[in-house]
Write a protein that binds this ligand. Structure first.
Ligand code: UD1
Length: 370
């Protein structure tokens, strides 16, 4: 029986691509089916990443689209159940912490189908974050838990999860990063492709992404953050790859005027190879993303995270990440440090070595056989 591999939203795709390759390359090969829930559906948010990452066409498309959390989660569950009945997988493998992750894990566990969770045990200890709820619940009902950093096992133990179910495999996202590095697109090319001044990336520049509801869903927080970005941009031109949620809120709140196009280049959500090129060439990254905190650590590029907490503490302890929150003074101080040459260099954490998917495939084989 196949392993049913679930993706739904953008940050899932870079995690699943190397896993599918490793399952196929395992001796003997481990059969797999790819399910796309359709949580993200745009060309920018989904299709382009499939191409960039060499992901195969999904075997099953659930096409759920957007909605409230309840609607989206419920719809994924409703549509996933018949797929399980039809394909009778040996296990369901989910990655990350998006609504598709918990929805599919929950359906499988109630049907007594084993669940494997990749990127288990990360905790921000902030239950206002929808992803934190997804993480805690998915881990509780997972049968095999693959972790990216050693602190994750402590979090799981605290929640009563038997450590015999936990396997420290490393960071599978870094497998994608290592595989794609040679193909990263030059930042100038990315700007030019959107009719923007390529010269902006000729010298030092910063990269910005923002999409957390807590940062972009209220006019107050979004106005304040765009104001800070305007300040930063006076010293350092910025390239802002804008999530659809952020784009629509800027329009809705009438904040477009806060962005000076001469200093801040706004791009639509970027492909994986474009984003990799932009980050690799950047002087610093300003973000509220989980993935970018890890990718900048792997690339050795200083990252300022516009959040009060992180579920990925190793990026702060060993990597290049600094938590600056959303206080304007703290953000500006962080930027000033980096521009003065005092940014973090960091080191690449244990098992963030490009071989995580192979370790997962090997462990999965043993686990499924037993
Ligand atoms: C989701 C994940 C988040 C992840 C993020 C990465 C959850 C709870 N959140 O948040 O953890 O960091 O993806 O992007 O699962 N939209 C489009 N096109 C799309 C998809 C969405 O325009 O292809 C717009 C829609 O207006 C939608 C909004 O973006 O309502 C938010 O999408 P949604 O999937 O609800 O959450 P994200 O903010 O993308």
């Amino acid at each position: 029986a196949p392993v049913m591999c679930v993706v739904g939203a953008r940050p899932n795709f870079m995690k699943m691509a190397p896993i599918l390759r490793a399952l196929a390359a395992h001796q003997p090969p481990i059969p797999a089916l790819l399910v796309h829930t359709g949580q993200h559906y745009d060309t920018d948010m989904s299709k382009k990443l499939f191409v960039d990452l060499g992901l195969p066409q999904p075997d099953i498309n659930l096409e759920v689209g957007s909605g409230t959390h309840a609607q989206q989660t419920a719809e994924i569950m409703r549509r996933f159940e018949p797929a399980l009945d039809e394909h009778k997988p040996s296990c369901v493998l989910v990655v990350g912490d998006v609504n598709s992750t918990i929805a599919c894990a929950l359906v499988a566990s109630k049907k007594d189908i084993p669940v494997a969770h990749v990127e288990a045990g990360l905790r921000s200890y902030d239950r206002k974050m929808p992803e934190e709820i997804n993480r805690v619940l998915t881990d509780q009902i997972s049968d095999r838990l693959y972790t990216t950093e050693r602190s994750a096992a402590d979090n799981l133990a605290r929640e009563g999860i038997d450590l015999s179910r936990v396997c420290f495999a490393g960071n599978v996202m870094i497998d994608s990063l290592e595989a794609s590095k040679p193909h990263a697109r030059a930042p100038q090319q990315t700007l030019a492709a959107h009719g923007l001044d390529a010269g902006l990336a000729a010298g030092r520049y910063g990269v910005v992404t923002l999409h957390r509801p807590s940062n972009v869903d209220t006019p107050e927080s979004l106005t304040s953050l765009l104001g800070v970005l305007g300040q930063v941009a006076k010293d350092l031109p910025l390239i802002f790859a804008m999530h659809p949620r952020t784009r629509s809120n800027i329009d809705r709140f009438g904040l477009t005027g806060l962005i000076d196009p001469a200093r801040i280049a706004v791009l639509p959500p970027q492909g994986y190879l474009e984003m990799l090129g932009l980050m690799a060439g950047a002087t610093l990254v300003l973000t509220d993303s989980g993935g970018l905190q890890e990718e900048t650590t792997a690339l050795g590029v200083p990252c300022l995270t516009l959040r009060e907490n992180t579920e990925r503490p190793i990026t702060v302890e060993q990597g290049t990440n600094t938590m600056v929150g959303i206080d304007p003074q703290a953000i500006l101080a962080g930027v000033a440090e980096i521009l003065a040459g005092r940014g973090k260099h960091g080191r690449v954490p244990e098992y963030w070595d490009g071989h995580t998917a192979e370790r997962i495939a090997a462990d999965l084989w043993t686990w499924l056989g037993s």
